[in-house]
Design a protein around this ligand. Structure first.
Ligand code: SF4
Length: 92
C-alpha cells in the first residue's frame, strides 16, 4: 500500500526543485536589466538644458556632492551634468 502523504511530500519537493532555480534565474535577469543603462548617444544626451528641462529637475537624476556637481542617472550611463538633458527627461 502506498503512503499518499509521502507521495505529496515528494511531489512538493520535486516541484520546488524545478521552481526555485527558475525563480533564481528570473531574479538574476531582472537585476541585470535594472543595472543596464543606455549610452548617452542612444538617449541623445546633451550637457545643456532644453526648453527649461534639465537633469536636476528629472526624476531619474541622482545629484552629485553639491547642487552644481555632476551626478548620475538611473537610465543613462556615465557622468551626468545637473544642467544636462536627454530624450528620456521626466519631471520629478
Ligand atoms: S533621464 Fe535624461 S534628463 Fe533625466 S537625469 Fe537622465 S540624462 Fe538627465
Amino acid at each position: 500500500m502506498r503512503d499518499s502523504s509521502n507521495d505529496l511530500s515528494r511531489r512538493n519537493f520535486l516541484s520546488g526543485v524545478v521552481v526555485l532555480p527558475a525563480l533564481a534565474g528570473l531574479v538574476l535577469a531582472q537585476t541585470a536589466t535594472a543595472e543596464a543603462k543606455g549610452t548617452q548617444a542612444a538617449f541623445k544626451y546633451q550637457g545643456t538644458p532644453k526648453n527649461g528641462q534639465k537633469c536636476s529637475l528629472c526624476k531619474f537624476f541622482t545629484k552629485g556632492s553639491s547642487a552644481t556637481a555632476n551626478g548620475s542617472c538611473s537610465l543613462v550611463a556615465g557622468t551626468i551634468s545637473p544642467n544636462g538633458w536627454c530624450i528620456a527627461y521626466a519631471k520629478k
